[in-house]
Write a new protein. Structure first.
Length: 519
């Protein structure tokens, strides 16, 4: 142990090997630490990112724990501490570097500040409870957050992260992550912890504040329940949706059963496509699970990993069908837990990775908190893409290539930023036309790929429209490609009634005829 200033300083430095000692509060036993899967997994997570040093703020006020303390722990007979500890993690010894920055702050410290930032992994708040892991934000260095290659294989794609601004001894630091904390089994059960993670991202994105776990549980409990609000034994699906709506958002619900409320017949492609469409758009998902056929659990899905092989014998493929792993904040196991996806949509944890006794979990339902102006449901888009794919399969029955749709929710700002990106290759005149064109704030961006990489067509669908409208507003080729010409020939030569037979919509047929002949 080392002090940055004097022996009475609240700021102390430890080697990473002292991780367990640093976490300990007086009320905790050695067994409490060694039996906590979160503690083990966070240690492994940091170790894999080459963590070397921990700086402790031993007297830290965390607003989320303080609200729990105000509404419960402060009124208990047992005396609970009010202050937490905040741990900062670094990939190198930084004591001398911090002292140099502090002592020479009026000088140009850009190089030293960059060095400190490059070594910063994030923070963890230790609560004075038996469930010690409070608000935690640790970088996931292997994640790819470049939306332009969010369809590529063999990457961890996580678009739901946010930037946390951290102040350590007056020195500004940032970490890109998404908040995690374990349930305290009093104010918050697993569902509250998962919802808190999701709202930590989604609420600020649309101008709302991030509620505390206590507020989430209280708002959820305004919906009738047979159990009391505090201490919380968990939330039902209706309570989860009620809580989301109370904080200003709308909730999309998908039951993973024989036939779900969104009207999509349940199959692997349909479920994974819905997850992909929102995750790539930056919306984390609430996932309810059954563990070992008896216990219930809830987690937050943050991202996905794509395998390289396209599933064979599929008439309608989306890129989501190649998802082989989800990255999940599981408050029993730890942050960025890998859930491996099997053919029957069951999920598996690697026992050695998770340090936990459950391995197989079965998904029950998904809830997606969305902004209220996102109104055109993904189920409608998915259905129409399927009809288009069936038509395209008729165009080239003997094709020696594979087709995949990449469909996700985006915004006009994100889209136009991508248009001027060097990686987006498109006809210059078309690019200018698109940049100067008026767009809805939210829309579904659907790109047709050949053989996983070569983009052929983009189709834009207005997400702010009602479900019975004609939401398609733009379709264009990615450069001059042969496949566009094949579609153009087929549509121009086919009879209207033939196209309507495939697409089931005269308005969609008219849209395709208009757009296809512009190029």
């Amino acid at each position: 142990m080392d002090q940055i200033a004097n022996p009475d300083s609240f700021f102390k430095i430890f080697n990473f090997e002292n991780y367990s000692e640093v976490l300990k509060f007086e009320s905790l036993t050695y067994d409490d630490l060694t039996n906590n899967s979160n503690i083990k997994n966070i240690y492994t997570f940091l170790e894999n990112q080459n963590c070397k040093e921990i700086i402790i703020e031993a007297h830290y006020n965390d607003k989320f724990y303080l609200d729990d303390y105000l509404h419960f722990y402060g009124s208990c007979f047992q005396s609970y501490k009010r202050f937490c500890k905040r741990l900062h993690f670094f990939t190198a010894s930084v004591k001398n570097l911090i002292i140099e920055i502090i002592d020479n702050y009026e000088e140009d410290n850009t190089e030293k500040l960059n060095e400190l930032q490059n070594n910063y992994l994030g923070f963890l708040i230790v609560r004075p409870l038996n469930t010690i892991i409070g608000r935690t934000a640790i970088t996931f260095s292997s994640a790819n957050n470049n939306i332009d290659i969010g369809h590529r294989s063999n990457f961890a794609h996580i678009f739901t992260l946010k930037t946390y601004n951290v102040n350590l001894l007056g020195i500004p630091l940032v970490v890109k992550s998404l908040g995690f904390q374990e349930q305290d089994q009093t104010i918050s059960a697993c569902a509250t912890s998962a919802l808190w993670t999701i709202l930590e991202k989604t609420n600020p994105r649309f101008g709302y504040y991030t509620p505390t776990p206590y507020e989430i549980t209280q708002k959820a409990s305004e919906f009738i329940s047979i159990s009391r609000a505090i201490p919380s034994s968990g939330l039902t699906g209706m309570q989860v949706m009620n809580s989301i709506k109370k904080f200003g958002l709308e909730a999309e619900f998908m039951s993973i059963s024989e036939e779900n409320t969104l009207g999509i017949k349940i199959d692997r492609n349909a479920v994974l496509s819905l997850c992909y469409a929102y995750l790539k758009g930056g919306f984390p998902l609430f996932l309810a699970l059954k563990i070992n056929d008896s216990d219930y659990h809830a987690t937050a899905i943050l991202g996905y990993h794509l395998k390289d092989v396209i599933p064979p014998n599929q008439d309608f493929n989306t890129i989501a069908n190649r998802i082989d792993c989800f990255f999940v904040h599981d408050d029993i196991v730890g942050p960025f837990t890998r859930y491996y996806v099997k053919d029957d949509l069951s999920l598996y944890l690697n026992k050695e990775e998770s340090h936990h006794n459950y391995v197989k979990v079965d998904p029950l339902y998904i809830v997606i908190p969305v902004y209220h102006k996102v109104r055109y449901p993904y189920s409608k888009v998915y259905s129409i893409l399927g009809k288009l794919m069936r038509m395209m399969n008729m165009i080239d029955r003997d094709k020696k290539y594979s087709l995949e749709w990449d469909c996700y929710l985006t915004t006009v700002n994100q889209y136009k930023k991508s248009l001027i990106s060097p990686s987006f290759i498109i006809d210059e005149k078309l690019k200018r036309d698109l940049l100067f064109k008026s767009f809805p704030r939210f829309f579904w961006k659907c790109t047709l790929f050949i053989n996983k990489i070569v983009a052929q067509i983009e189709l834009l669908v207005d997400a702010t429209e009602g479900p019975n409208s004609m939401p398609f507003f733009k379709m264009y080729p990615i450069n001059d490609n042969i496949y566009w010409q094949k579609i153009k020939t087929f549509i121009n030569e086919a009879e209207n009634h033939t196209l309507i037979q495939y697409l089931k919509s005269p308005r969609l047929v008219q849209f395709l005829q208009d757009e296809i002949n512009k190029f």
